[in-house]
Design a protein around this ligand. Structure first.
Ligand code: HEC
Ligand code: HEC
Length: 249
């Protein structure tokens, strides 16, 4: 019998015999792991997170988890809270089985441990003290609007970046998500961290931009800006808000 024909007939015989392997042969391969047995960080991350948070934690539509400043600022309990329960006010889903998701607590812990191992770096802030991760004081809309105009608007008045103050953008992000982005920055898309220093371009002299001249944002500045942006979600407040900067012609 030709080999081609054997390849065709043999599976048929085995199927008819109701048996996946030749009688007497030992089972060599492990049965495939059940989804909840997978504890490898890379597998868990690429299956569950990468589509939104980007390959290796960079360049996705959602928060840059691979930013070492983010990993340095956020604690394990907070990561567990968002990953398990989702982040209300954003597209971030709940992953824990206890919250209707697909992952066991052990898998959530494996993701957290993997992110730390792959993306955290020691001494990223090199002595600088970033504003705290969580808001810990009351914010002021008026002050936030002024700080936004002085420190953010020059970059964000470009029509392509206008969305930060638009209702369409603000209705998709929570205050915490805004705060995180302002404090830790998103080097992958060009958003500076709270120090608002321009990203150096190799081989070019350092650029001096008027909007970047100024001290790092204080914790109060960040809280005020988030309070101001949050106030723009309320359409009634938008009419009361100062006129936005007109787009450049
Ligand atoms: C459907 C898209 C989507 C998927 C899938 C997703 N996320 Fe998110 N995630 C988001 C969005 C949107 C936010 C809110 C922040 C933002 O807008 O960038 C977020 C926020 C987070 C935050 C909180 C950020 C902060 O401000 O502290 C963490 C942590 C996080 N995601 C981890 C994960 C992990 C780990 C996975 C995979 C298990 C995952 N996400 C899967 C969309 C997603
Ligand atoms: C040096 C220019 C620059 C400055 C200053 C700057 N940004 Fe940005 N920002 C960017 C760029 C570039 C992006 C990414 C591209 C985009 O969203 O248009 C961005 C993105 C963002 C995003 C995320 C948008 C998204 O799609 O997820 C937020 C929120 C944001 N900026 C808020 C601010 C706030 C608030 C300030 C002031 C504290 C500020 N930015 C100052 C350049 C800047």
């Amino acid at each position: 019998m030709r080999r081609g024909a054997l390849a065709f007939v043999l599976p048929l015989v085995l199927a008819l015999a109701g048996c996946g392997r030749l009688p007497g042969a030992r089972a060599e391969a492990e049965p495939p792991a059940r989804p909840e047995d997978v504890l490898d960080f890379h597998t868990l991350y690429s299956t569950n997170c990468q589509a939104c948070h980007g390959a290796n934690g960079h360049g996705g539509p959602a928060m840059e988890l691979g930013n070492p400043e983010y990993q340095a600022l956020v604690d394990d309990a907070t990561l567990r809270k968002w990953i398990s329960g989702g982040m209300p006010g954003t597209e971030m889903p709940a992953f824990a089985q206890s919250a209707g998701g697909m992952l066991t607590d052990a898998q959530v812990n494996a993701i957290i441990a993997g992110m730390r191992k792959e993306w955290a770096k020691s001494n990223v802030f090199a002595g600088a003290a970033p504003p705290p991760y969580a808001q810990d004081q009351a914010g002021d809309v008026k002050r936030g609007q002024q700080t936004y105009q002085a420190r953010c608007a020059s970059c964000h008045e470009k029509p392509s970046r206008q969305q930060v103050t638009s209702l369409a953008y603000l209705s998709l992000v929570s205050d915490q998500a805004l705060r995180t982005i302002i404090v830790t920055g998103r080097p992958d898309i060009g958003q500076p961290d709270w120090r608002l220093e321009p990203t150096p371009i190799p081989g070019r002299p350092p650029a001096v931009y008027a909007y970047l001249v100024g001290p790092p944002l204080s914790a109060q500045d960040v809280t005020d800006i988030v309070t101001y942006l949050g106030s723009l979600r309320n359409p009634a407040a938008v009419s009361a808000a100062p006129t936005p900067i007109p787009p450049r012609r």
